[in-house]
Design a protein around this ligand. Structure first.
Ligand SMILES: [Zn+2]
Length: 575
């Protein structure tokens, strides 16, 4: 039977809404009863409707959630698609946002590697663009040739890609440098800004005292000096273009802030052809407006600059995006500031931007964090304005939940101590690679000697009983612990499992593989770089580790999750 299109549409809508409520899988009974509730006229023909509901439901359940969302937005753009979109993410609705008409942007400066703070901003921008079926622009805020490098543009692009974010447009503020200069000139010509010839010290002093400098009152500052500024008559620091604000404003950001300065440097894209560069205070609002950005979100430290952002656009008669702030993300003890990180890389205290102690994306990736975990974590924080620094462990929980299912369980013993089991028969044990996931197994030949970790060994004495995991229970007969040669002797006393017996991991004598684990700790303690923030754990791992794919995640039992980093080395991810 073919249904009339209004009935099919009603079934589709009910099914889509239901599917989006239940992780993409609509429930047949619920859909039938809701369809009947919305269309009582169909009750009499329920028998013919049910097969149709089943057909629609199978079709819709086979779509990805993102496709279901788009479909619902297309079918019902005004009402529930929007309501639903706003509900599914941890983020609040955007002020004045309409489905299909939202443009957000992520505007990093390419002056370093992207870190967790960038991830938060980019994920929020991306999430809102998706939520409203809108667009995301990645715009490099590259108007300072002294700090920007091609390497950093690439690193940011890679970081964004790793996070699973696909911007609809990638551009540079520097692409528009002449346009920005033109707007700057226009602003000066219309007396909205002026060329200031004062030195930095004077500017600062006048700013703090709330005084206007002579340049502001001098009519030459608007025409002649402007021409000179762009024809190269001034040296760097000899002149700046300042906004004609209010030197007595309680908001110091309004006290004639700098909009352009002369910088002589080799810009990664423009080379040395340009000398007059806009500041972020000028480039950001103008670019946002010209790029069609509807919602400009930035971190809270810019809050005082919002007044300036709007004033610049007002004075240029440009459209104003909605500006809002969220709190910046930085973990306790893991600073993101380039001022703190760069010197440590330069003096080799850190091995590079991917040093596992850093909160850069490249380091988090190397350490075994997944982009999905970072996204879930960021969204769980929601739109907070609190300035507190969460502990790093709060991110770990999200990652653990994801990698737990597919991380092979293996044994690693740190600072190995030999344990000889006098009455042991050689045995070939089959060890499961995961307690519940289907990750296969491995077999290990054990004769009479295994290694255990020194931390475990040091707790043993004659008469102690322990269980060598998946093997047998032993009773310790003697313990020799010395720096040069340590040995423990024991006897097998059975195989029954008991809660009272401590279970420890081991590595068989003939299966040992020298192994090291890099353990990153907090980079900073008490506001100081901690020189002991990297620990190396050396020992033996099972040789099976060498069969695993490089960069995969494993869980060393009773030690923690690690990511294989090179042949005989892993990086500690978290417990
Ligand atoms: Zn001045």
């Amino acid at each position: 039977m073919s249904l009339d299109s209004s009935i099919e549409r009603a079934i589709k809508l009910v099914t889509l809404r239901n599917a989006l409520e239940y992780d993409g899988k609509a429930k047949l009974e619920a859909v039938i009863s809701k369809t009947m509730a919305s269309r009582p006229d169909l009750r009499s023909s329920i028998k013919t409707i049910i097969p149709e509901v089943k057909r629609v439901l199978n079709q819709i359940n086979s779509l990805a959630i993102s496709e279901q969302r788009v479909l619902l937005q297309e079918m019902s753009p005004t009402t529930d698609a929007k309501k639903h979109a706003e509900k599914i993410s941890g983020l609040p609705p955007l002020y004045g946002a309409e489905i299909g008409n939202v443009v957000t942007r992520f505007p990093p400066e390419p002056n370093g590697y992207p870190h967790i703070g960038h991830a938060k901003a980019a994920i929020i921008d991306d999430e809102y663009a998706r939520m409203y079926n809108g667009k995301l622009i990645l715009r490099f805020d590259d108007t300072n040739p002294l700090t920007e490098k091609t390497e950093y543009y690439d690193a940011i692009k890679e970081g964004i890609q790793w996070l699973g974010i696909k911007p609809d447009l990638i551009k540079n503020a520097s692409d528009d440098i002449f346009l920005l200069q033109d707007y700057g000139k226009k602003l000066v010509s219309s007396r909205g800004a002026y060329v200031c010839r004062c030195d930095q010290k004077t500017i600062q002093e006048y700013r703090s005292k709330g005084l206007e400098c002579a340049c502001r009152l001098d009519s030459n500052s608007y025409d002649e000096a402007l021409t000179e500024m762009f024809t190269g008559s001034f040296d760097p620091n000899e002149a700046t273009i300042r906004f004609r604000g209010d030197m007595r404003s309680p908001n110091t950001a309004m006290r004639d802030p700098t909009l352009f300065r002369i910088i002589e440097g080799n810009h990664p894209i423009l080379g040395t052809s340009v000398r007059v560069y806009p500041t972020y205070d000028f480039a950001a609002p103008v670019e946002d407006s010209l790029d069609g950005v509807t919602h400009a979100m930035r971190t809270k430290e810019y809050e005082l600059r919002n007044e300036l952002y709007n004033a610049v656009l007002d004075r240029l008669h440009l459209r104003k995006p909605v500006v809002s702030e969220f709190s910046r993300l930085e973990f306790e003890g893991l600073p993101v500031s380039k001022r703190k990180i760069k010197p440590l890389i330069e003096d080799k205290s850190l091995t590079g931007w991917d040093d596992p102690r850093l909160p850069t994306l490249i380091a988090l990736k190397r350490r075994g964090f997944l982009p999905e975990a970072i996204r879930k974590y960021v969204l769980s924080l929601g739109w907070t304005l609190s300035e507190s620094k969460p502990p790093f462990e709060s991110l770990e929980a999200f990652n653990r939940r994801i990698i737990d299912d597919y991380s092979v369980r293996l044994f690693f013993v740190r600072e190995p101590v030999e344990l000889k089991v006098a009455n042991a028969n050689p045995v070939n044990v089959c060890l499961k690679n995961h307690p519940s996931s289907n990750l296969g197994s491995r077999s290990v030949q054990v004769d009479d000697t295994v290694y255990i970790a020194r931390a475990d060994a040091s707790k043993l004495s004659e008469g102690s009983i322990i269980r060598l995991m998946e093997l047998y229970n032993v009773k310790i007969t003697s313990v020799e612990l010395a720096d040069d040669k340590s040995r423990i002797f024991a006897d097998v006393i059975g195989t029954e499992l008991s809660h009272e017996i401590q279970k420890i991991q081991w590595v068989a004598y003939d299966d040992k593989m020298p192994y090291r684990i890099i353990v990153p700790k907090k980079l900073y303690s008490n506001e100081q770089f901690d020189r002991d923030s990297l620990e190396i754990a050396s020992g033996y791992a099972e040789s099976f580790v060498s069969t695993l794919q490089l960069y995969s995640s494993v869980q060393f039992v009773r030690y923690g999750f690690c990511r294989l980093d090179s042949d005989q080395q892993a990086i500690f991810t978290h417990r």
